[in-house]
Design a protein around this ligand. Structure first.
Ligand code: C2E
Ligand code: CA
Ligand code: CA
Ligand code: CA
Length: 273
């Protein structure tokens, strides 16, 4: 009846209230965490193929939340992007990562993820340069990973940022390659240094020969344009063998190492290769 209907609606409203309140609380906590520098860089190894020597790390954000435990980027990067906190978050993360990595052997590179809206910011190269200068971390050891969504809004702004970063010696990787709308268009319009083949492709190579051919084609495409390729999300030796055979330059995935805190990297580096 009518009364029951209203009751149901009230329950629904309460549920929405709770969700909104939780989201508002998380947002406020995130703001504080960013200001206090509590977003922590984790490091996932990147290896050269076929030898599997570590050449550096991708920096991946983690939030050590006082009550919710260790949170992954899926739980807070979206909020940071929507609320405009992402720039501060990511500058502080880079600053921390450069401080951590400046004492690591100098052949080890760092790759950082830059959100689409940051890439549209004409001050980006200057901000990065400031952090590099302050921490003493060489721009030649830094790679910036962007996705195609960084390019669609304003291609000219993206081109300017890309060129100024490359002029500093920073390399640019096109991340999640193959998942965007117009990958070939962007490859034609902009000069990247690296293609990162998305995990969803890497996952398929052992499934069927047809699917593997697509990955093979991406590697060839990269090579013919003078770009190096990294395959993401490698979990098996069979994948490594196949990717190495096709001429993929670098690999990343749980097989070589999960994202780890600084302390674990320090221990690994002390133990030697
Ligand atoms: P991404 O840039 O594609 O990063 C790779 C993701 O794949 C990481 O997830 C990594 O832990 C995961 N991964 C690596 N190897 C394997 C594997 O072998 N198997 C499986 N199943 N997964 C693997 P994570 O750390 O949860 O990051 C998720 C995404 O969050 C990243 O995807 C990136 O888009 C974003 N992100 C992370 N840190 C930052 C940041 O500082 N700034 C921005 N803007 N985005 C970030
Ligand atoms: Ca990435
Ligand atoms: Ca990726
Ligand atoms: Ca991805």
């Amino acid at each position: 009846g009518k009364r029951e209907g209203r009751g149901t609606f009230r329950v629904f409203e309460d549920a929405m209230d709770t969700e909104l309140r939780e989201r508002a609380a998380l947002e406020a906590e995130l703001r504080e965490a960013v200001e206090r520098g509590e977003i922590e860089p984790f490091y996932q190894p990147v290896v050269a193929l076929p030898g599997r020597d570590c050449v550096g790390f991708e920096v991946l954000a983690r939030w050590r939340h006082p009550t919710r435990g260790l949170l992954g980027p899926d739980q807070f990067i979206g909020i940071a992007e929507e609320t405009g906190m992402i720039a501060d978050l990511s500058y502080r993360l880079l600053q921390q990562a450069c401080r951590d990595a400046v004492s690591w052997p100098s052949h080890l590179q760092l790759a950082i993820n830059i959100a689409p809206q940051q890439f549209q910011d004409r001050g980006l190269a200057q901000r990065l340069l400031g952090i590099l200068a302050e921490t003493g971390f060489s721009p030649r050891r830094l790679e910036v990973e962007i996705t195609e969504s960084a390019l669609v809004q304003d291609l000219e702004a993206a081109r300017t940022t890309l060129t100024s970063l490359q002029n500093l010696g920073v390399r640019i990787a096109l991340d999640d390659f193959g998942t965007g709308y117009s990958s070939l268009y962007h490859l034609r319009e902009l000069k990247f240094d690296k293609l990162k083949i998305d995990r969803s492709y890497v996952d398929t190579i052992t499934l069927s020969e047809e699917r593997a051919k697509l990955v093979d084609a991406i590697i060839s495409l990269g090579r013919s344009l003078g770009l190096v390729t990294t395959a993401e999300g490698i979990e098996t030796d069979a994948s490594v063998d196949w990717l190495s055979g096709q001429g993929c330059d670098f690999g990343q995935g749980y097989l070589f190492g999960k994202p780890m805190p600084k302390e674990e990297i320090d221990t690994l580096l002390e133990a030697g290769p």
